[in-house]
Design a protein around this ligand. Structure first.
Ligand code: BGP
Length: 473
């Protein structure tokens, strides 16, 4: 639809931004925190360790004051499981509880709604040593952790996100440092989907518990959604794009919203001899769980065609990242989109793809949506006078926000927008040099410099966007 007149953003629209604990907090071994998989992984050569990051653990008051200055209505951050339960299960670390109480209270002081991710790529190392998500007990480990969060923070946190990018952990875990397979694993794909099944059950239990314990709260999933376009109007290419969409995107939301497995994915897994085990009551548990909204991360789109033969191409799981062009044997082959420009780090820039995603998700699931990540990783430069000129980021965000308004006018129900990231932090695998924030942190990969915060041009721009509730676009 080419709209004549755009609808405004809702008055209650949650403008904000996102971070995650292991990428922003630092203090990775302080105040009783246990080790997570991120603390023990070998970081890629040339990139910073994750022990100090942006040091938000110690500087949260200063940072949240800056978020308030930008007029955030919400701040999406994650809780580090290992600060709450250093061993993943068992004894609660009071200092971890105290810390997040302080963070939540600081947000509320400025009327910033905390949007809390329960788990963002940081599995407790102790639980990885007990079999990680391959161990069926992981369902209860996560449910117990969720209960602890609801008990301690549920009086003030009204919006919860369960698991960040479960689809990326399943599809490209090694690069983001989350993949753990049993040493005797002989069928990697089957094992990955078994882990995925346990995560879905864990998520379902957390959603059920949330509704039982906190009647006023809302909870939803947070996958990474990247619409897949067909390379041509040949029906075969459309079928390939449907396969790719099912495997990459819909499996995760179909299970979270409807408690059902996507039929195309099941058929594909059977064909690949990778069908995982489902126990008798599992589907009931999935069905009982009802998310209140859909949170999703959006960065780009991809293009697929029919594979030339049933074994064409394989995704290299050791190298692929969140937005890599995936190749799945027998299901689809990826192609280049000649219409899109790329970021300095090789991800497509496709603002209209966000509208495609919003329309598609809303048509499939009929739930309100919040964009939990979207943003541009770039090499920002701190000038001598303390300014940071990032017109490219403003351009990127502006175009995406315009597409949200178009989607709202299309009839999509939107709760909010939380670009990645509120402040500069460490990328999943490309260090601090890949900056996303509205706030520049004065440090380099291996030189902590002053760690001072500087407002980028995009900071002032976003402040105006929020002040006008999106009207200045
Ligand atoms: C998402 C993750 C974030 C984040 C972002 C940018 O996939 O949820 O944790 O880092 O992508 O990715 P990267 O850091 O790889 O540039």
């Amino acid at each position: 639809m080419k709209h004549q007149k755009l609808l405004p953003f809702p008055e209650s629209f949650l403008w904000g931004a996102s971070t995650s604990a292991y990428q922003v907090e630092g203090a990775s071994r302080e105040d009783g925190k246990g080790l997570s998989c991120q603390d023990v992984k070998k970081v890629p050569e040339g990139t910073s360790e994750l022990d100090i990051c942006a040091d938000e653990y110690h500087r949260f008051k200063e940072d949240i004051a800056l978020y308030a200055e930008m007029r955030f209505k919400t701040y999406r951050f994650s809780i580090a499981w290992t600060r709450i339960l250093p061993e993943g299960t068992g004894t609660v670390n009071q200092k971890g509880i105290d810390h997040y109480n302080d963070v939540i209270d600081e947000c509320l002081k400025y009327h910033i709604e905390p949007l809390v991710t329960m788990y963002h790529f940081d599995m407790p190392h102790a639980l990885n040593q007990r079999g990680s998500w391959s161990n069926r007990d992981s369902i209860e480990w996560f449910a117990d952790y969720a209960k602890t969060l609801f008990e301690n923070f549920g009086d003030r946190v009204k919006y919860w996100l369960t698991i960040n990018e479960q689809n990326m952990m399943t599809l490209v875990g090694p690069v983001i440092g989350t993949s753990v397979l049993p040493s005797d694993c002989t069928n990697e794909k089957k094992e990955l989907y078994q882990q995925n099944h346990h995560m879905l059950l864990a998520q379902a239990k957390a959603m059920i518990l949330c509704h039982e314990m906190l009647p006023g709260a809302k909870i939803g999933p947070a996958p990474n959604i990247s619409p897949v376009y067909a390379d041509s109007c040949r029906a075969q290419d459309v079928l390939a794009a449907q396969n790719a969409n099912a495997i990459r995107n819909w499996l995760y939301l179909d299970a979270a919203v409807y408690g059902k497995y996507n039929a195309l994915v099941l058929s594909y897994l059977k064909e690949q001899n990778a069908m995982f085990e489902i126990q008798p009551d599992d589907m009931n548990i999935l069905k009982q769980a009802k998310p209140d909204f859909i949170g999703f991360n959006y960065y780009d789109t991809s293009v697929c065609k029919w594979p030339a033969n049933t074994q064409e191409d394989h995704t290299d799981r050791k190298k692929a990242d969140q937005q890599s062009r995936m190749q799945v044997d027998g299901a689809f082959a990826s192609c280049v989109n000649p219409y899109l420009k790329k970021t300095d780090f090789g991800w497509n820039i496709d603002p209209e793809g966000l509208r495609v995603a919003l329309r598609e998700i809303y048509s499939r699931y009929h739930l309100p949506m919040i964009i939990t990540e979207n943003g541009l990783g770039a090499y920002d430069v701190l000038e001598e006078d303390g300014t940071v000129h990032d017109p490219y980021r403003i351009e990127y965000l502006k175009k995406h926000i315009q597409q949200i308004q178009l989607a709202i006018t299309d009839g999509c129900e939107m709760l909010g927008y939380c670009p990645w990231s509120a402040i500069d932090l460490i990328s999943t695998h490309e260090g601090i040099k890949k900056r996303y924030g509205f706030i520049y942190v004065d440090r380099e990969e291996f030189d902590l410099k002053t760690m001072k915060r500087y407002r980028k041009d995009s900071f002032y721009w976003y402040q105006n966007v929020i002040r006008s509730n999106g009207d200045i676009l």
